[in-house]
Design a protein around this ligand. Sequence first.
Ligand code: NAD
Length: 512
Amino acid sequence: MCYSQCSLVGSDAGKGASGSAGSTGSADGAGSGKGPASGSASSENPYAGLVSHLRAAWLSGKTRPLEYRTAQLEALGRFLDEKKQEILEATALDMGKPSTEAYFTEILLCKNELHDTLNNLCCWMKDERVDKNLVTQLDSAFIRKDPYGVVLIIAPWNYPIHLFLVPLIGAIAAGNCVIIKPSEIAKNTEKLVAETLPCYLDSDCFAVVTAGVEETTKLLENKFDYIFFTGSATVGRIIMEAAAKHLTPVTLELGGKNPCYVSDTCDVQNVARRVAWGRFFNAGQTCLAPDYLLCTLEMQEKLMPALRAAIVEFFGSNPKESPDFGRIVGDKQFRRIQALLCSGRVAIGGQTDEKERYIAPTVLADVLPSDPAMQEEIFGPILPIVVVANMDEAIDFINARPRPLAIYAFSCDCKVVNQVLERTSSGGFCGNDTLMHVTLSSLPFGGIGNSGLGKYHGKFTFDTFTHQRGCLHRNMGLETLNSLRYPPYTPQKQGLMTAALEIKRKGMCTLL
Ligand code: NAD
């Protein structure tokens, strides 16, 4: 276990080591002379001191001014600029992430979120005036955009910067103090974040905790005011259970199997390129990737040469040699994905190399719903094709399964795409492409049902980390008007109060 609040965390940062503000020392922050007022670290709860240190900072109100939030957000921008090369190198070491993919997802999309937030924060933070009734006409009624307090962000390994940084942008923008728990699986990136990010942020309000399962379990015993979790549904349930003990609200960004329907009327080569790009990006380790295709037998036959051509176009005849194709993050994950290759018939790819954790871009044909590849989220470079008779059968297939993070539908006929959209339910939807809806910070991003709870990106992230506090500030005078609601009650007072408070249905005749 380790947490880092400032620049002096040494190169030994990582599990088993610890660093705190101004020192490498105990986990209660006391090494910095800024230890907690209560709840110091102990083996039972090694994070109590850190959490109460951040809580004291939050209660002091220092995170509330626009200038403070802007300065911290700008520091995040400097982190991305100055550590860009290290980020590309760390993600390459962790999972052979191609540098263009790393730049696009870990740097560019994060900077877009940051700039969107900085451009609009002043406006988002403003009190929102609301409609009033007759009785409160002279008063002030508004929604105050309050921070929650001390929030916890837990991230997975597949986009190890993006998936803690984008929520962090919103959490800072909304005025919270934050503990960031990156994934221990992407260990090079985790180390980089623990060692460098705290140098950019105010150590009183923001800390990075490096922790495995055991330590995270202890971290979760503390009371947070909001928990933002990205990861698997299994762990999502554990997070929600821990949060329930403190009645802490949560966002759960989970995964699952994203279906992709390809109708008989489409430009086959374009579909193949767009599907192959989305499936094999980051070697398939993308929560939003199209997990399997649904199409007719005829379309499967047409797609196969087109998919083969797309794979060769992207990665050459030997994808293992391509600098643009990644690797599986760990041995455990490699073996899990490899075991799915026995589903259906390997039509393209299928080669593996355990030493390199390489799995070739693979397409499986004639996969049955009962095959292993259809029992769990694939999260690797394998694309099964399940044959259906028509669109109605595809829709029934989708609706018979847990609601996914995304549904994709390809067709030259808009009506087909719209039918799939209207007759199914999912976190998000993209017609005639894959993944691209995630590039719009104007769209909410999040799951539904098994794929998660809550949403973020752009203003939605700010709103997620903001408590909308309903406020009424009344005038002290006009007591005669107020006396209408005080006892002793009379039918006359009741009639006048009803007239002042009642909301009438529009278009209803008021004469009767
Ligand atoms: P994971 O659930 O195993 O781990 C996520 C985080 O939870 C990590 O930081 C990990 O340390 C922590 N964790 C693991 N076990 C824990 C436990 N028992 N108690 C407390 N914390 C624990 O997920 P992963 O393997 O890192 O990521 C893959 C999963 O994440 C896939 O299912 C993928 O679809 C999903 N995902 C979803 C999104 C999204 O935006 N919806 C994005 C990326 C990944």
